[in-house]
Design a protein around this ligand. Structure first.
Ligand SMILES: Nc1ncnc2c1ncn2[C@@H]1O[C@H](COP(=O)(O)OP(=O)(O)OP(=O)(O)O)[C@@H](O)[C@H]1O
Length: 699
């Protein structure tokens, strides 16, 4: 290595003077902080605006002469250029204010059946959040920080209007947008919410994911070319161009990186060009580098005139330096609200000195967390938190001065049209039912084709089972004895069980992920439930038909079932409807059940009941009268009787009693189809009524 070409890299120490609004005096009883003797690494709380031209002055050169110097402030500096986006003023500038927010949930005997907790919970209510006020202007990035359980998500949800309506919970206070109480139908069009979990389809590409949102969330009056431009803009703005055509992927399927996936989630919400963006823990699960990338993206989005609010857990120091405003929460109370760059000085003035080499975020979290490891530590830390909360509520409100769009906030009223917002329809959905159906069907079809593992395993399962059953019952249908006939009845029943469980398990493993994606998309008003449900049903039918046809073609002729075209197609029809009915049963239960575990426990039970009363194990006259009704709800019973009648129609085999339920084979098919329709209808009803995202609109 060329020694002379490698000068020593000198860490850049940055002296910082932090002008702040601080309380007049520190706490009595506190001793002054010890003099700091540690080496000065520079103030890690240094804010983005303080970074000017402190480029690393020493250059480190690689052997080939490439400059490989490292600039630790690169991310921060990148954002100093506020003119990166072409979309700077294309939205309404919105100022969000909140006053005296309080949120309580019931914990008492009356609400949940458990005894009341002590303290203010005696009335049966637990206070999750109280006395929370603040403001964030356009161009500003607000971070809500606090330890686990501090109330960050609750506050974010209150600000975003996304608190789930729960029985007995109570919210109070005021949330204002540009000084006025918000109109939720308009607010939903200008504010977007990015959930902590990236609920995205792994099989879609980045572009397809963003495009889907654009096509359905932008109004139908907007030409497709303009929607495509919006997609391109978002992809560029989030630096996703290089991976635009890469699958999103998941733990099982290689796709984009965690940071890119998070940016895709943001892009999905950004496509409507919202003025306000709320994010819940956007860096959770990301490594330090990807976390920084995501936050610098938010920083840039804020500079482009948006109002951005995010919760975050223990950010590293260069992430912390990106925040304009900081809100520290502990035990549901505000410890600090004001400019992020002033927080260190604020706590210093209270005699809580953040050591020079410390990441202020770490220091604050340690300072305001309740230590429950021992009663003494808990009492002490709770006291500290109470005193800090009181100090905060007694301190003068801080004036927020940041963002270049601050005066724009007062100019615009929510509802005044600008660019994208101008074109938004005032109705809940931006496109017609038919348009939704078209895009949903295309997406469902793409997903279905790309679910390679599921498709190949179902293909393998179909081929293996049909050949195996065919070998076991090879030529059984070609004999004339009553034993052959009884054997044939056995295979007819067994193949129905196989198809029922195969269809149901295909739903159990695939639907839970889809359910969370659909919930997210419904919460942002992307489409109607009916169009989703119809698209899903229409797209699944061809696949189910294909596998059933394949199964029938192999098994039917190996076993030697009645060799007529009409008998064969009747067989295919019954097996197909049975499978779709079992899928519908699994779907309805999956939607109704609280979680996938409950669904996977309930679905086999429902199917086994149907099998038990299917007419093979127990004859109708062997069942207690008061249980007979179950037989008439059994999908297997109708399918089995129809198949048996199809096979033995017109055949007289001495000593054989053919199972029958008194209906003709076509009547049995009609009852089976009726059960199918009822189960599909129930699935739709459950999705519409029980899985609708409902939010409290009090504030
Ligand atoms: N609807 C509710 N019913 C009962 N308790 C609730 C409800 N909502 C929130 N809580 C409780 O309030 C506290 C704050 O919850 P919240 O999710 O806001 O915390 P957080 O700071 O976001 O935590 P984390 O960082 O772990 O996600 C927690 O103890 C939580 O259990």
């Amino acid at each position: 290595m060329n020694q002379e070409a490698v000068p020593v890299a000198v860490p850049v120490a940055v002296p910082v003077a932090v002008p702040v609004a601080v309380p007049a005096e520190g706490f009595s009883g506190h001793t002054a902080a010890p003099a700091h003797v540690e080496p000065d690494y520079g103030d890690t709380s240094k804010h983005i605006d303080d970074v000017t031209e402190e480029a690393t002055q020493s250059r480190i050169m690689a052997e080939d002469g490439t400059d490989i110097s490292f600039d630790p402030y690169f991310a921060t500096r990148e954002n100093v250029n506020r003119n990166q986006s072409t979309t700077k003023y294309n939205r309404q500038p919105l100022t969000l204010q909140w006053e005296d927010l309080k949120f309580e949930v019931p914990v008492g005997r009356s609400a949940t059946g458990v005894p009341c907790l002590k303290g203010n919970e005696e009335k049966g209510m637990k206070t999750i959040l109280s006395g929370c006020s603040g403001e964030i202007k356009p161009g500003g990035l607000l971070a809500i920080m606090g330890s686990s359980g501090a109330g960050k998500t609750t506050l974010l949800n209150l600000l975003a209007g996304r608190v789930t309506s729960a029985k007995g919970s109570k919210s109070s206070g005021r949330v204002l947008v540009n000084g006025e109480k918000r109109d939720f139908s308009k607010f939903r069009q200008v504010a977007s919410y990015v959930l902590q979990d990236d609920d995205l389809f792994a099989e879609l590409t980045v572009r397809e994911q963003v495009e889907f949102g654009a096509m359905l969330r932008l109004p139908n009056t907007m030409p497709t070319e303009k929607k495509q431009l919006a997609v391109d803009r978002v992809i560029t703005e989030l630096s996703l161009s290089k991976v635009a055509n890469t699958n999103i992927g998941n733990e099982l399927m290689r796709g984009v990186s965690g940071g890119e996936r998070k940016r895709v989630s943001i892009g999905t919400e950004l496509v409507t060009n919202p003025s306000m963006l709320f994010l819940d823990e956007p860096t959770s699960g990301l490594d330090a580098f990807n976390a920084l990338n995501v936050i610098t993206t938010l920083r840039r989005l804020a500079y482009n005139g948006r109002t951005v609010v995010t919760t975050i857990h223990q950010p590293r120091s260069n992430i912390y330096s990106q925040f304009d405003m900081l809100l520290l929460l502990s035990q549901g109370r505000v410890m600090y609200f004001g400019p992020a760059k002033d927080a260190v000085a604020y706590f210093s003035a209270l005699n809580f000195h953040c050591p020079a080499q410390f990441n202020p975020a770490d220091y604050f979290i340690d300072l305001i967390s309740v230590d429950s490891r021992s009663p003494d530590a808990e009492a002490l830390t709770k006291k500290r938190v109470a005193v800090l909360a009181d100090k905060h509520s007694n301190s003068a409100p801080l004036v927020t001065e940041y963002g270049e769009d601050s005066e724009m906030g007062s100019m615009a009223k929510l509802g005044e049209p600008t660019d994208t917002v101008m074109e938004m329809r005032s109705t809940k959905y931006q496109n017609s039912w038919v348009t939704e159906l078209r895009f949903l069907a295309v997406r469902a079809f793409k997903l279905m084709v790309r679910e390679r593992t599921a498709n190949f395993s179902r293909l393998g399962q179909t081929i293996v089972f049909s050949i195996l059953l065919g070998l076991i019952w090879l030529n059984a249908g070609r004999g004339d004895s009553s034993d052959d006939a009884r054997s044939l009845i056995g295979i007819l029943f067994f193949l129905l069980i196989n198809q029922c469980f195969g269809g149901a398990f295909a739903i159990i493993f695939v639907f839970p992920l889809e359910r969370s994606v659909v919930t997210r998309e419904r919460a942002s008003g992307t489409y109607r439930v009916s169009s989703y449900f119809v698209a899903k049903t229409l797209c699944e039918l061809p696949r189910t038909f294909f596998f059933n046809m394949l199964f029938s073609c192999i098994l039917y002729w190996m076993v030697g079932l009645r060799a007529t075209v009409s008998a064969f197609f009747f067989f295919v029809l019954v097996v197909f409807i049975t499978t779709v009915t079992a899928e519908s049963l699994a779907l309805a239960i999956s939607i109704l059940a609280a979680d996938p575990q409950a669904a996977s426990a309930l679905i086999p039970v429902a199917l086994i009941v149907s099998v038990l009363f299917g007419g093979f194990f127990i004859e109708g006259d062997q069942i207690y009268d008061w249980l007979v009704w179950i037989k008439w709800t059994s999908l297997v019973q109708y399918a089995f009787t129809a198949l048996v009648m199809n096979e033995f129609q017109g055949r007289d085999i001495p000593g054989l009693v053919v199972p029958s339920n008194g209906f003709t084979k076509w009547e049995n098919v009609a009852f089976l189809a009726l059960i199918l329709l009822v189960l599909r209808g129930l699935g739709y009803f459950f999705l519409l009524k029980f899985r609708a995202p409902t939010f409290d609109k009090t504030l």
